[in-house]
Design a protein. Structure first.
Length: 336
C-alpha cells in the first residue's frame, strides 16, 4: 500500500504502473460500499468477538485512506491518455492534409492522370462525344484494369504503367525509382476516417479536460501542504499545455476538412444521394483501389525493365569479349 500511495502522491510510475492504477481506480470502493466497510470496522472494534474485515475489503478501505486517491488517479490516467489521443488525431489529420496536397499538385499524379486522359481520348478518337474530352470522372480509374486490348493480352492500366515508367521515369528499373501515386495503405487509412469521429473525439477530450481541471482543483483545496507537490505543479503545467494542444487540433480539423472538400471539388466529385458532402470513404476508396492496382503492375514492370537492362549489359560484355579475342597485335621489326 505504501508503494501505491507513493505512486499516487508523487506521480511516480516506476513501482506501480499505469495499468495497475487503472485497475485500482476502476475497482475502488464506491461511497455506499465504503460506508458499509467503515460501519463494519467501527462495530468490530466495539465488539470483542466480531469478525474482522476480509482482505479485499481491508484493501479497499486502506486505498480510500490515500489522500484524494480518486481525484488524483483520474488526473494521472487522463494525462496519459490525452497525449496518446491528441497525437493520434494529429497524425491522421496530417496524413489527410498531405494526401490532399499530393493528389492536387503531385507531379507523379498529374503525369499519370495526363496519360489516362490522353490514352482515353486516343481510344475514343472516332467518337465525337468522347473523343476529345477535357477530363474524366474519378470512378473511371478503378475500371482501367478491366479495359483489355483487342487480343485480350493486357489491360489499359498495364499499358499506362509501362508507358509512364519507360517515358517519364529516369529511374525505372532502379532501387531509387519512386512510386508516383500516394501509397495504397495511406489512402486506405484515409478512407476509414470520418470528420464526425474527429469532432466527437475532440469534444470528449475537451469535456474530460474540464473534469480533470475540476478534480485537480479539489486536490489543491483539501490536501495537506506536504501532499500538494509535485502534483499541483505537474497538473497545472499539463492542463495549460493540453488546452493549447486541444485548440490547435480543432483548428487543424477545420483546415483539413476545408482542404478535403476543396480537393473533392477539384476532381469534380459530388456527394452521394442523401449526403450533404463527399465523404473521405467515397473519395479515397476510389484512389485506394486505383493506387493498389497501379502499384502491383508498377512493381512487375520495374522488375521487367531491370531484367532487360541486365540482359543489355550482359550482351555488351559479350560483344566486348568477342572483340578482344580477335584483336591481332601488330608485328614488330624483330619478327616477334
Amino acid at each position: 500500500m505504501k508503494d501505491i500511495q507513493h505512486a499516487v502522491v508523487n506521480l511516480d510510475n516506476s513501482v506501480v504502473d499505469l495499468e495497475t492504477l487503472q485497475a485500482l481506480y476502476e475497482n475502488r470502493a464506491q461511497s455506499d460500499e465504503l460506508e458499509k466497510i467503515e460501519k463494519h470496522g467501527k462495530s468490530s472494534k466495539e465488539r470483542e468477538n466480531a469478525k474482522s474485515l476480509d482482505k479485499p475489503e481491508q484493501f479497499l478501505y486502506e486505498l480510500s485512506l490515500i489522500p484524494n486517491f480518486s481525484e488524483r488517479v483520474f488526473c494521472i490516467l487522463f494525462q496519459s491518455t490525452f497525449s496518446e489521443t491528441i497525437c493520434s488525431i494529429h497524425r491522421k489529420l496530417e496524413l489527410l492534409q498531405k494526401l490532399c496536397e499530393t493528389l492536387k499538385s503531385g507531379s507523379g499524379v498529374m503525369q499519370v492522370l495526363g496519360l489516362v486522359l490522353a490514352f482515353g481520348n486516343y481510344m475514343n478518337g472516332g467518337n465525337r462525344t468522347r473523343g476529345q474530352a477535357d477530363g474524366f470522372g474519378l470512378d473511371i480509374l478503378p475500371k482501367l484494369k478491366d479495359v483489355k486490348s483487342s487480343d485480350n493480352s493486357r489491360s489499359l492500366l498495364s499499358y499506362i504503367v509501362s508507358y509512364y515508367l519507360r517515358n517519364f521515369d529516369e529511374d525505372a528499373g532502379k532501387e531509387q525509382c519512386i512510386f508516383p501515386l500516394p501509397e495504397p495503405q495511406d489512402l486506405f487509412q484515409a478512407s476509414q476516417m470520418k470528420f464526425e469521429d474527429f469532432q466527437k473525439d475532440l469534444r470528449k477530450l475537451k469535456k474530460d479536460l474540464r473534469a480533470c481541471e475540476t478534480q485537480a482543483g479539489k486536490v489543491y483545496q483539501v490536501s495537506l501542504e506536504e501532499h500538494i507537490q509535485p502534483f499541483k505543479d505537474s497538473m497545472e503545467q499539463f492542463i495549460n499545455q493540453a488546452k493549447i494542444d486541444q485548440e490547435n487540433e480543432e483548428k487543424s480539423l477545420a483546415e483539413a476538412h476545408k482542404s478535403f472538400l476543396e480537393t473533392a471539388a477539384y476532381f469534380c466529385m459530388k456527394p452521394k444521394m442523401g449526403e450533404k458532402e463527399v465523404s473521405p470513404h467515397a473519395f479515397f476508396s476510389i484512389w485506394h483501389e486505383f493506387s493498389s492496382d497501379f502499384k502491383d503492375l508498377w512493381k512487375k514492370e520495374n522488375k521487367l525493365i531491370l531484367q532487360e537492362k541486365v540482359k543489355e549489359a550482359e550482351e555488351v560484355c559479350r560483344q566486348k569479349k568477342g572483340k578482344s579475342l580477335y584483336n591481332i597485335k601488330p608485328r614488330h621489326d624483330s619478327g616477334i
